[in-house]
Design a protein around this ligand. Structure first.
Ligand SMILES: *[C@@H]1O[C@H](CO)[C@@H](O)[C@H](O)[C@H]1NC(C)=O
Ligand SMILES: *[C@@H]1O[C@H](CO)[C@@H](O)[C@H](O)[C@H]1NC(C)=O
Ligand SMILES: *[C@@H]1O[C@H](CO)[C@@H](O)[C@H](O)[C@H]1NC(C)=O
Ligand SMILES: *[C@@H]1O[C@H](CO)[C@@H](O)[C@H](O)[C@H]1NC(C)=O
Ligand SMILES: *[C@@H]1O[C@H](CO)[C@@H](O)[C@H](O)[C@H]1NC(C)=O
Ligand SMILES: *[C@@H]1O[C@H](CO)[C@@H](O)[C@H](O)[C@H]1NC(C)=O
Ligand SMILES: *[C@@H]1O[C@H](CO)[C@@H](O)[C@H](O)[C@H]1NC(C)=O
Length: 518
């Protein structure tokens, strides 16, 4: 996630009326819910955002290396991932920080080009294999369960040159990569996720230029990316299920991302419809093929893109079709529902907005996004805080896909522009975790884990090092990349220790007690 530049979302003005959700009446009575004993509390990172060591140990280039070296102006501070937080060298210290937080879970990703310099399995880097194996073994020794993501956006450049996720053969190459990872690490890794946030990746990277590969293939590229990412996920799920699960006894799933969509005017049925349509077009498009009873793309997505494509003169729908066999392979292809949640927007129908391109996923969706000006905005322009949105999203998932599937929040956190006394982040974690407990205890949502984003300040994609999400501060001006705990690290450690949220443990100065709960 990024803090300062809001990517991909064009805000259509902020003159929104105060609607029902700005009242505090929907905040229930505070109680002392605790995290169940087996609830997973962890922290998250991603390889490209922390590792650095971009050309060390025979690592091949990822598309982010190649693209930013060619276009240094692409990031806000003209920075790149060459050194980042230097986790490539400082991983032992990182593990000490994880230990210090007291969490029993850590989510990280493997850099595909660090393991396979050319992207293909004919050339496995010994150094890359050793690097990850040492980390996994050390975590295991310390009883920290690792959740490993195979793809967190750092596509090997040679495969990107062939079209990346828009090339149908990527499904085979992703399977080959996954097989190498399962063979090398399956004895020490028990929880895998195939892909991180295909929606952000396809929408911003293939449909727009907010993320690398910056293809701007709006209306076509987004959907090819979506289609083949989904198929690649299913292929790797079944590979694990068939060949590795019997021996390794692990779990494998996917991480999706979603905003909550709130009707702009809750008295207008068309705004409710717009909110639902937004969720289906941007979230259901990934979740429905995997988690619904019927499988395949949601009917509303299929119909809209088919119909609009036809009217635009395309002989075929811009959204590819699954074969019956593919529908079947995707259906149920995840042991859990990995969820990254960002923020909430207000939704109203629209046939065209200035910032849309035609064709595009935005135009196909036909929904205008705005923000509620009454929701707190602690820093960045896009970042409005609406904790109940999290709970509503969890309930939407339950309504659409049932409560059998365990939900794991694989990322959530808050951004600012620096500082060790991060009261906003402390309060943010308290509030969001509290909403999650309400969803669990009062609404029966089957949430089984929460991973804070992120362990330490890192490279935040197009934001470079400007926005900060870390529980630990990293001094990027110091060649040692010194790490220091922020107040939020101390607060999170207390939550992990007591398995409870104590709103008064760290209090922002000058505010009355309890004022920071809502
Ligand atoms: C919650 O815990 C606090 C401190 O332990 C206690 O004072 C309070 O009465 C508890 N509230 C409820 C609703 O249990
Ligand atoms: C394998 O990767 C290494 C390290 O990047 C590179 O030096 C070597 O040329 C590659 N070998 C082949 C066969 O591509
Ligand atoms: C493999 O990658 C290495 C390092 O990036 C490069 O030197 C080599 O030429 C590549 N080999 C092939 C066959 O692409
Ligand atoms: C890890 O867990 C095992 C079994 O519960 C225990 O014997 C061991 O002491 C633990 N190791 C550490 C480093 O906590
Ligand atoms: C199909 O798309 C056209 C053009 O966008 C629109 O006017 C029409 O209402 C749509 N029909 C259906 C059934 O969605
Ligand atoms: C976590 O969720 C909140 C609220 O939904 C959002 O504001 C924030 O950006 C999210 N952060 C991440 C890293 O997902
Ligand atoms: C960096 O680390 C080295 C070795 O740990 C130490 O000698 C040096 O003083 C550190 N430099 C700074 C600026 O902290």
């Amino acid at each position: 996630m990024e803090c300062s530049s809001w990517v991909g979302i064009a805000l259509a003005g902020l003159s929104v009326l105060c609607v029902a959700q700005c009242s505090l009446s929907d905040v229930p009575e505070l109680t002392n819910y605790t995290f169940p004993d087996d609830f997973m509390l962890g922290v998250s990172t991603a390889a490209f955002q922390i590792e650095g060591g971009w050309n060390e140990g025979g690592k091949g280039e990822s598309m982010w290396d190649t693209y930013i070296h060619k276009h240094p102006e692409y990031t806000l501070d003209r920075s790149n991932g060459d050194v980042a937080a230097d986790s490539y060298h400082k991983w032992r210290e990182d593990i000490r920080m994880i230990q210090d937080l007291g969490v029993s879970y850590y989510r990280m990703s493997i850099s595909w080009p660090r393991l396979l310099p050319n992207g293909t399995d004919n050339n496995i880097s010994k150094d890359g294999a050793n690097y990850y194996r040492r980390i996994f073994k050390e975590l295991k020794r310390l009883n920290i369960t690792v959740l490993v993501t195979l793809f967190h956006w750092d596509m090997p450049t040679p495969l990107m040159d062939l079209g990346g996720w828009a090339n149908p053969k990527i499904v085979d190459y992703f399977e080959d990569y996954a097989r190498v990872a399962f063979d090398l690490f399956g004895d020490v890794v028990n929880i895998w996720t195939t892909l991180n946030e295909p929606h952000q990746h396809c929408y911003n990277g293939y449909g727009n230029n907010y993320f690398v590969p910056a293809l701007q293939s709006h209306g076509v590229g987004e959907y090819l990316c979506t289609h083949y990412m989904l198929l690649a996920h299913a292929r790797v799920y079944h590979l694990y299920d068939r060949e590795y699960r019997p021996k390794q006894k692990g779990k494998i799933g996917i991480t999706l991302d979603a905003f909550w969509a709130e009707p702009h005017d809750s008295s207008k049925p068309e705004d409710h419809e717009a909110a639902e349509r937004y969720l289906q077009m941007h979230f259901g498009i990934y979740a429905h093929p995997i988690y619904s009873k019927t499988g395949d793309y949601p009917a509303i997505v299929r119909e809209r893109v088919d119909n609009i494509s036809l009217h635009q003169g395309f002989a075929r729908s811009r959204l590819p079709y699954f074969t019956l066999e593919e529908i079947d392979q995707l259906h149920g292809s995840s042991d859990f529902f990995g969820l990254n949640h960002y923020t909430t927007f207000l939704m109203a129908p629209s046939s065209f907005e200035e910032t849309w391109r035609v064709p595009s996923l935005d135009h196909d969706t036909g929904v205008r996004l705005t923000q509620n000006p009454n929701w707190p905005k602690p820093g960045a322009d896009w970042f409005t805080v609406y904790p109940p949105g999290f709970r509503k999203l969890l309930n939407w998932i339950k309504r659409n896909y049932g409560s059998d599937i365990p939900v794991i929040i694989t990322e959530n956190g808050s951004c600012d522009f620096g500082g060790l006394k991060d009261y906003e982040r402390v309060s943010y974690y308290n509030k969001y975790l509290y909403q999650m407990l309400l969803a669990m205890y009062q609404d029966g949502c089957n949430v089984q884990g929460y991973f804070a984003w992120t362990l330490m300040d890192d490279f935040e994609w197009t934001d470079g090092y400007v926005s900060k999400f870390g529980l630990y501060h990293v001094d990027f001006n110091d060649p040692n990349r010194t790490r220091t705990p922020k107040l939020s690290a101390i607060n999170y450690r207390e939550i992990v220790r007591t398995r409870q949220i104590n709103f008064d443990f760290i209090k922002p100065p000058g505010r009355p007690l309890h004022d920071n709960r809502i």
